[in-house]
Design a protein around this ligand. Structure first.
Ligand code: ATP
Length: 235
């Protein structure tokens, strides 16, 4: 479904991605793990067209999207939820979701998609008239994911959805990601919280200095001594 081949990204003199390769198969949740500055956000931004790679290729459902514009990539069904859950704080929950559907021309279809998000996230349904900025951190993260779902993705790129959230809230965000996946949406999940990500992922990649150092099934990574030492707090 997604194939990243030998991707290079430079920020001026900084070589942020160094020949990164990874794949996401239909129906998979794939975790992209690594420390601060490893290149995780850069990888997602390159895939969604926000950054222009200096080398390599990105294929989505067999089409080369390496140099495609971000809105064209979104229209193909590849949707990026950036770090920091950027909800519109003065707009209501419902208006935020409607904005997610600005590319959807059929109003009945838009309503149907928003109702599906409310069915998946009853807390948002209860708060549909509340301003986005007054939601808790976890609710804002769910709204950011809900807004992406209204776009009708087949592949979601999620950048650190657990950031800054309490453990119980992290668990409910991860449950949402698993529920979304169960509805048939593939996910590339960037996380520093390797424990939470590997609980719901099928496979994972660990990157350091812009290149993959380890990859495999999530169950294997959870037990790999190097992952345990570096990312799971040595437990
Ligand atoms: P984090 O979890 O902190 O977001 P990350 O793994 O997502 O880390 P990136 O944000 O992709 O890492 O950064 C990869 C490298 O590129 C880092 O060395 C970073 O300093 C550098 N970098 C990122 N954005 C820029 C930029 N706009 N200009 C220059 N260097 C950048």
């Amino acid at each position: 479904m997604l194939e990243i081949r030998g991707l290079d990204v430079h920020y001026g003199g900084v070589h942020a991605l160094r020949g990164l390769s990874l794949t996401v198969a239909p129906g998979e949740v794939v975790a992209l793990l690594g420390n601060n500055g490893a290149g995780k956000t850069t990888a997602l931004s390159a895939v969604s067209g926000l950054l222009r790679p200096s080398g390599g290729a990105i294929l989505f459902e067999g089409s080369d999207i390496t140099r495609e514009r971000p809105h064209r990539i979104t229209e193909r069904g590849l949707v990026h939820v950036p770090e920091g859950r950027k909800v519109f704080s003065t707009l209501t929950v419902h208006e935020n979701l409607q904005l997610g559907g600005h590319l959807v021309r059929d109003q009945a279809e838009l309503r149907r998609r928003i109702e599906r998000v409310y069915a998946l996230l009853p807390r948002l349904a209860e708060r549909r008239g509340q301003q986005g900025g007054t939601l808790s951190g976890g609710e804002q993260q769910m709204l950011a994911i809900g807004r992406a779902l209204v776009t009708g993705p087949r592949l979601l790129l999620l950048d650190e959805p657990s950031m800054g959230l309490a453990p119980l809230v992290v668990a409910s965000v991860m449950k949402l990601v698993a529920d979304v996946n169960a509805e048939g949406v593939s996910v590339l999940l960037v996380e520093q919280n390797a424990v939470a990500a590997l609980r719901i992922a099928h496979r994972g990649y660990v990157i350091e200095n812009g290149a993959c150092v380890l990859d495999g099934p999530a169950a294997g990574l959870r037990e790999d001594a190097r992952v345990v030492a570096a990312y799971l707090g040595g437990v």
